[in-house]
Design a protein around this ligand. Sequence first.
Ligand code: ADP
Length: 430
Amino acid sequence: MWIDLAYSLSQGRDRTMTRRAARIVELLEARGADDSVREVRFEQLTDVIPEGNLIEVFDGRGKRVLPRYPKAPDFPWPALTRLPASGQFGNVDYNGRVFRLYRHPHPPYVILVAGQLEDNRNMMARFTAGLAWATPAMLVLCAVAGYFLNRRALQPVDQITAMLRSISIGNLSQRLPVANTRDELRRLAETCNEMLGRLEDAVERINRFTADASHELRSPVALIRTVAEYALRNPKVDAESKEAFEEILAESVETSQLLEDMLTLARADAGYGNPVFEAVDLSQLVEDAAARQRPLADAKQQTVTVRTSGPAWISGDRSSLRRLVWILLDNAVKYTPAQGSIVLGLMATPSEAVLTVHDSGIGIPEELLPRIFDRFVRADPSRGEVNGTGLGLAIAKWIAGAHHAKLSVQSREREGSVFRVEFALLRNTE
Ligand code: ADP
């Protein structure tokens, strides 16, 4: 804008001066006009031009053809006749002001038109001053408007980010909402959805593979176990072979357990084997689990105490819940030394049934507690622990999750552990 205005003003100035020179040429060429008529017309012409504009006409010898221009008697005209012929325009200082000068040769005359540049300069100065405050003000305005516009425009990005953050391996089937626009955000949401689709496919394939592999391996492992058991029943088997067969049997029992657990989790991941919900009395399950576990506890001379506050009905899958109680109780027996004590509790509050498995066992190292429900997490084997797959608590976590129950643990090494599952009580159980 500044450059355009400066250019337009200077062009306008030069054009006006060229036009004035053309009027003088007309005046000089007017037929039948003698000098006195010309003088009158020249005066008329100079009377109407605004202040700060000067005109003179010289003949070839440097003598004024028209009367001295009265408004600037001492304007340095003669010096101006020396302007280079090619450069018809130039600037000159007069009385501390800058004048634009136009020299128009019109043989035998030289017409000189001068115009003050002050007005143009004042206008440019005012414009520059205006720009000096308007530009920062506009910048501030644009920045504020830009900030709010940006926030509005980027709101969908925030939503996409929040949604993507909430997606994990467990809910890969979720999709981002796709806006009904034709912009980059729509493409971003669509691309993310395509990526989620591909991830979901890949995870599903891995789950299926794990499930299939565990399933396929069950039969050969079962066969190995049967053969080992059969061989052990043979009275003619020698001591060395017996030891080997016992080892094979123990390993195959453990491997079948591992395969069962892997299959359970792979099916859970793949969404198969979703629990079938019915009204279940947890107190009954707790009593049953304690009764089944008692022989193992007795073998270690452990005391198993059951404390229930009466029936506690919840909505759940009976066999999964049985497995959950079994995993926790089995761990309590496994990880509690001989003569330790285990308390199986069930407390019903007005809204919840709280199952607790308390043992006086070896406890869980503090650094392991945050990961204890992850798959294949087992404490340092040097603690002399019994065999296990490291998948029991992961299955327990999945069962609790499927029942919208909260499974937590508190434990101190060498003091014992308390596993706690909080179920929502079933209403209207009569
Ligand atoms: P597993 O018992 O087959 O190793 P789990 O997932 O059931 O697998 O348990 C994971 C690990 O958590 C165990 O290896 C053990 O170190 C620890 N743990 C579980 N329950 C207890 C408990 N009651 N007391 C001490 N450690 C426990």
